[in-house]
Design a protein around this ligand. Sequence first.
Ligand SMILES: Nc1nc2c(c(=O)[nH]1)N[C@H]1C(S)=C(S)[C@@H](COP(=O)(O)O)O[C@H]1N2
Ligand SMILES: [Mo]
Length: 548
Amino acid sequence: MSEQQPGGGQDRAADRSAPDPGGEDAQQEPGSAPAKTRWAARGGRVARGALVGLVAGGAGLAVGELVAVATGEASAPVAAAGTWAISITPTWLEQFAIRNFGSNDKTVLLTGVYVTVAVGAAVVGVLARRRLNTASILAAVFGVVGAIAAVTRPAAHTSWLLPSLIAGLAAALVLRWLTILSRKEAEPSAEPSARRRFVLGTLGTAAGALVAGYGGNAWIKKRYNVSDARAKVVLPTPAKVLPEPPASVHPGVRGLGPFFTPTSQFYRVDTALTVPRVDPRDWKLKIHGMVDRPFEITFDELLSYRFEEHDLTLTCVSNPVGGPYVGNARWLGTPLAPLLRRAGVRRGADMILSKSVDGMTIGSPVEAVLDGRQAMLAVAMNGEALPEKHGFPCRMLIPGLYGYVSATKWLTDLNLTTFASSDAYWTPRGYSPQAPVKTASRIDVPKTGATVPAGTVVLAGTAWATHRGLAAVEVQIDNGDWREATLASSDTPDTWRQWSYEWANAPKGSHKVRVRATDGTGAVQTSVVQDVVPNGATGYHTITVTVS
Ligand SMILES: Nc1nc2c(c(=O)[nH]1)N[C@H]1C(S)=C(S)[C@@H](COP(=O)(O)O)O[C@H]1N2
Ligand SMILES: [Mo]
């Protein structure tokens, strides 16, 4: 072993002194060939070490996945590490991810976790060639780190320690075993059987890890699957059935999305790396805190309440000007105000700190729930039980407030408290504790950068000032006068209004088109450009179109 230390430098020098490694010159240099052989051997050892590390790491993750069949999907090592990473992601990076990866942000994060684990495993594997005990301890430490990440998640059980701890131990054991096989195989006097043992051991473990990993994951998906339970939910008949909105809520412009966002296209924003799977039979909602009569209800009890349909546009504080994080749906829910009254909210309680099964907390003003607006606990959207991604079996909705202060998915707990004494998840991360939806408008047709034929150019889009209602939309072409667009019919003040504008005799060339809205109170949308942090972006959506 020790001879490698000084030899290493020589190897490199010899390598550099051979300007044309593939050419005849190499032969002419005395001593060069043995040096190169040594160099190659060393490269081979490093590669084998890295391979052993990767296989050991993979085996560890696979074992972790199997243990997580018992302890739950979110406790598996990669899920736990990823969820922990989300929780410590600084706001600027979260914004960067939302802006650049959109709803792929979770895939990007998982890829990042896998790459980190792979690099760490490879380095530990190389280290193991010389320092097997240190490397084994490091592998186990990886497991301890994962276990700490898991058990510190807000919704964690103590059992969440297990998958990563056992994964770390498994990785350490596999690392020892394969490293010893690999060392034996590398001895000058090694028999062919030594090589066979190493190759078979490595390949066999890798194959086993793949099977166990994918199998374990599939088993988890099956065991915690709630799609059957979801299919069995009998939606309550609404006491207040809404008629379909008139066709005139939608200007028939090609390329403009429908008035109701199809559920499959409804934006999704949350911190849940693994979608919480909540069986309605296990679901409970607890209402407590500053109330006279705390109580708990089951899903069946909830369904026995009075349900109403309500059309509501939901939007995210992280939606940039002109962005896609907004959707409109018909929701079925039970009004939240009677539940609060039943609990008897104590004087001074001004915040509902709601919590989801994965520990997310959202703070909403009590006043917004009690002032007569259609705040509700929803169980269905667009005529179907809530999809798992959108909060099955129950989520909160409060018209007029951004999702992060109102729209708790996988809801399980309502704690009456005060803004002065409690912080919701996003508050220490730089977002305002309270955040009404700002007036916003968007040009959807044509797409920015598009080329359109000269003549009459049809512009269309949507605009919202949730709960205040929307009164007007205007467009501006190349810094000209603001011209009034045609508003489609209004459904409720809580829904967006689509709009269109016929731009007659559009002259050839490149043009800038802007849009702004006026809300139901008569306030014109502000032109001041502001970023999404701390309480929603402002400014006018502007596109460029080429008329040809
Ligand atoms: N449990 C939970 N609920 C949540 C969130 C979350 O991260 N976890 N995100 C909120 C945010 S920021 C928004 S904008 C809406 C988005 O709801 P959607 O994904 O159904 O469109 O959900 C809200 N409810
Ligand atoms: Mo959001």
